[in-house]
Design a protein around this ligand. Structure first.
Ligand SMILES: C[S@@+](CC[C@H](N)C(=O)[O-])C[C@H]1O[C@@H](n2cnc3c(N)ncnc32)[C@H](O)[C@@H]1O
Length: 150
């Protein structure tokens, strides 16, 4: 399920606060977020990881059609990847994934400054910012400093 428009807007605003380095989308899906993100930030490298074939293929077609040279889309399980240096990770996953991501980030200690999560919190870490959307579910968006995980 893609993020809502309200969630995208808040996530884009938070991404603007994370400097100029690369942006990683864990679970980039059909490209609903990663494609507008890459269009909006041509000066930043944007990297998506997506496991499912069809959504990944569609996102690749969109990337090529739009000529987004700053976007790389990997068809890979992000749990098995060494994440590259980046300013920020963004994700919209599910609670169990947040537990695994927290473990991965603690173990791998990648050179990444922030994590922005749509809807799901990291376990046992206080968010640096929490923005509650003005939607039916009052969905939260969390911003974490990765250094707070340790
Ligand atoms: C809820 S969708 C979010 C899509 C997009 N990021 C957005 O915000 O609109 C989550 C996506 O994560 C992908 N995903 C889940 N676990 C994954 C993993 N371990 N590696 C790569 N992709 C994964 C799913 O296939 C799905 O497309």
């Amino acid at each position: 399920m893609p993020s809502s428009k309200k969630a995208y807007q808040v996530m884009l605003r938070l991404i603007d606060e994370t400097g100029t380095g690369a942006i990683i989308d864990l679970g980039s899906g059909w490209g609903n977020f990663v494609i507008p993100l890459a269009k909006r930030t041509p000066e930043r490298q944007v990297i998506g990881y997506e496991l499912s074939l069809l959504p990944w293929l569609i996102s690749i077609i969109l990337k090529k059609a739009l000529g987004l040279k700053n976007l790389r889309l990997h068809r890979k399980n992000f749990y098995h990847e060494n994440l590259p240096a980046a300013s920020v990770i963004v994700c919209y996953l599910y609670p169990e994934a947040m537990i695994k991501i927290a473990d991965k980030l603690k173990q791998q200690q990648p050179n990444i400054a922030f994590l922005i999560s749509n809807n799901f919190a990291l376990p046992s870490v206080k968010a640096d910012k929490k923005i509650v959307l003005d939607d039916f579910y009052k969905s939260p968006i969390y911003l974490y400093k990765i250094s707070d995980l340790n």
